[in-house]
Unconditional design. Sequence first.
Lengths: 262, 262, 262, 262
Amino acid sequence: MAPPGLRTQIASNDLHHIWVRGLNLTTEVMGSLSFTDMVFLLIASRLPTREERRLLDAVLVSLMEHGLTPSAAVARVTYSVSPESLQGAVAAGLLGAGSVVLGSMEECGRILTQVDEATASGRPQAEVLEEVVSDYRVRRRRLPGLGHAIHTEGDPRTARLFEIAEECGFSGRHVANVQELARVAEGTSGRKLPINATGAIAALLLELGVPWQLHRGFALISRTAGLVAHVGEELSAPITPTLRELLREGDGPPAAAPTKGA
Amino acid sequence: MAPPGLRTQIASNDLHHIWVRGLNLTTEVMGSLSFTDMVFLLIASRLPTREERRLLDAVLVSLMEHGLTPSAAVARVTYSVSPESLQGAVAAGLLGAGSVVLGSMEECGRILTQVDEATASGRPQAEVLEEVVSDYRVRRRRLPGLGHAIHTEGDPRTARLFEIAEECGFSGRHVANVQELARVAEGTSGRKLPINATGAIAALLLELGVPWQLHRGFALISRTAGLVAHVGEELSAPITPTLRELLREGDGPPAAAPTKGA
Amino acid sequence: MAPPGLRTQIASNDLHHIWVRGLNLTTEVMGSLSFTDMVFLLIASRLPTREERRLLDAVLVSLMEHGLTPSAAVARVTYSVSPESLQGAVAAGLLGAGSVVLGSMEECGRILTQVDEATASGRPQAEVLEEVVSDYRVRRRRLPGLGHAIHTEGDPRTARLFEIAEECGFSGRHVANVQELARVAEGTSGRKLPINATGAIAALLLELGVPWQLHRGFALISRTAGLVAHVGEELSAPITPTLRELLREGDGPPAAAPTKGA
Amino acid sequence: MAPPGLRTQIASNDLHHIWVRGLNLTTEVMGSLSFTDMVFLLIASRLPTREERRLLDAVLVSLMEHGLTPSAAVARVTYSVSPESLQGAVAAGLLGAGSVVLGSMEECGRILTQVDEATASGRPQAEVLEEVVSDYRVRRRRLPGLGHAIHTEGDPRTARLFEIAEECGFSGRHVANVQELARVAEGTSGRKLPINATGAIAALLLELGVPWQLHRGFALISRTAGLVAHVGEELSAPITPTLRELLREGDGPPAAAPTKGA
């Protein structure tokens, strides 16, 4: 028998069956549930309502692609030198979904969770948000979920996400908190700091009950699909030869020898 | 201007827009397309029909989970020691989707593509399949897509996948080829070698027009979701303490010192 | 010509030569320099003295192995299912060198750098260290570089590392700071918090002039070698079959079906 | 007690000790052995002779750096977007050490092992080598270990590696086999196919007794150090802003909308 600590409630199997969250995979899932239904089922331990499914689909499709991002380039370059391992190319691309770009939704989700807990315990929203903004200001760090390097006047995905959330009945306190956070941050800094897609999604995932520790995971699910598409394009229209040429052009003899210590 | 070789047709953006395969992400995708629609769009450069969507959903949900697999355990253990990087935990888990387990669909897809090309050029199916089976036999390698360590009497997902493919009008020559491949392999080896989910999916992805080089990618898309769910469970019901204890129990002083060469 | 921003001073090449930090690889490095010399050369842009080499070797060998760690198990399991990609198995193992275990030297190095800057600007060491300890206490986080899950009465590597540093003339202010940090932490918490190998190494790498952002990298260099050895052992004495059996033992039908939302 | 299958002979520990291959880490390794000694110890279960150490050092330093390679660029780009995870940046870089570039030493080592077994069983060397060359020719694949994209007239590391091997007494049958393999391949193809560093190193690692399955691992050990140096340079002289700008320059509205299937 397995040690008691080695069990999962997510899925199990025997000779003739596979179950996921208690549903029979072949008779109750395959053919009737969508990918998005099953993602919700695995995370929330229940099937989504029609509105939850629509909102989760909107979240997932909004993050899937943004052109030739660093992550996409990384996956394509890695595939070109390690074609035996598509999993390696995709893994390399995902490793770029960190705190600076996609992964910022994790830190934003953590902040929104803290704000929610603080206001739930009676502190005024304004006070809590000002504390957050001031804390980032003192540490000279950028607030996650706000601003975008390309969409400097506003991330086009944000308004649409909030619109769909409104239609689906998920425009709750986390959405209000992230919007107020942006207002306070803009007021304090005097700069435009519109909510970007990762900030909006952090709020929406909290509305859907997903803990902040997993927020980055939804970017990973979505980007994996985008990265596979990029590897597919690399097979027919490779960017790697051009990139390698560019990287090599700095080559040639060095200017001077180093100091020797020994 | 970018060097001409550095372009993608998958997605692009400007200050106020994001396009994916020519569709406006916010007005034509978000709120109307599902995750699965968009995966199809990215890979095939067009939207799926209702039947294509249903078949692709069946493929994706069938691979998402199989319990506490080595990959799931790897992601959970990695998260427990590197919680700052969910992307690292998921990447580590995906790196196990190689030739032995999930990734076998790639090699199976390659074989089915070669069989299809050979029969298209006029060679009899039986002859081509016998050559394939004999080639693996000589090299003492297992045919990919056949047999399963747990589902030894037949992978329950296979029959269901073929049933859905039939309903959707995708029970074509690749499905026939993989079924005949299994028959020849069983006849030659005298052992039960039922088609497993990766063999069935290789055939179905070819029916959907996906080149074999990308087959493993659909396992990656699907398993990423499963791995995120496992990390979620690790937060509340960790398996890592038990695993670490087990790994440590072999510790203690060594039996003997090594021979010294120098 | 390459865009000016795409250049490295680390190494370059032409048709007949390779240079590293200005040295001709074949005539000035191969055959005369050791691996450790070249690591120092790449990071510091000069060759090490005899003492610097000895200290760096001590650092590198002290981190290479610690038995069947989670990282080692991850690399072995990953190799068993993805044998086409040794790089994938090693990468998966390295992804575990995060903030909780090996990577703690990064955060410890950052703290020691801040302490050094603060005392250099005139603040008393005691005050600065008490502030650090109190900050971690308030946030209920463990101080990096102190304590060890197995070597609870003291990490055997620490005393030896400090001894070698003393012999090599590198027992400077960073060593003093980490020792004082441990004393303050023990005094405040009333618990034994001996400096572990990662805390000692963070101090020694600062003594060698390595910025804290790269400290984790020395664990990666060292553990890569250990992981390759583990994959080698997996080929002859695999642990994976036993591990997979243990993971599978929790399988079987689930207790109950989930609530359905839709 | 641990299940019998969960043990390693590589290293172990108890409250006060760590052992590696039976040596006490603190009293017998730290301060006396170099990194290279310990790598040899872990892989071969014994300490190297002076000649073995010199040869292994030459192997390791020859692979560490080759300028701004795709792998180095991948690690730098990944670090710039995931600075919380140096292990992720290094892992991403290592994932490029696959079959096309560094990892080719694995396939070359496998071929040399087969050649050695075939000649040991009495088949003439010439016949065996011609069979190998012809097999690759038929499958239209490049022979691993021969030719180089930049060093088209000969890899400068190869002659030096063979020279050091000769001095160290390791110029044995595997070196002879790879040299003859290159001659046969050049004769058959009519093209220059000089042995590159990975081909030479495959032969030398076999001379040192390292099985071909681990050859790629020596590239990983070596490149990890190079990648850490590149991340260090990225901190002070980043290439990522230039690369991102280049990748973005292809952006803008798409030419046309896709065909819709549904």
